[in-house]
Design a protein around this ligand. Structure first.
Ligand SMILES: [Zn+2]
Length: 72
């Protein structure tokens, strides 16, 4: 799943210099990806374009302050 929108060549050219530095073209599939999006980075650079299920971050038990939930 992509958190950031797909960037085409046309869209990339319209980006400002500050925004462009976050994008890299994948040498394998030729698509632009946002290096701020780790899902995309792993998809294009590490996992060899194998889509995988989203992994949700879960707080360790006892980490969060339960007083806000107990108040209701
Ligand atoms: Zn790729």
């Amino acid at each position: 799943m992509q958190a950031y929108p797909v960037v085409t060549d046309a869209k990339y050219k319209k980006l400002g210099r500050a925004e462009r530095k976050h994008f890299k073209r994948c040498p394998e599939c030729g698509k632009w990806f946002d290096m701020r999006d780790l899902d995309d980075v792993f998809f294009h650079c590490v996992d060899g374009h194998v889509d995988k299920a989203d992994i949700q971050f879960r707080e360790p038990s006892g980490w969060s302050d339960d007083t806000t939930r107990a108040a209701g």
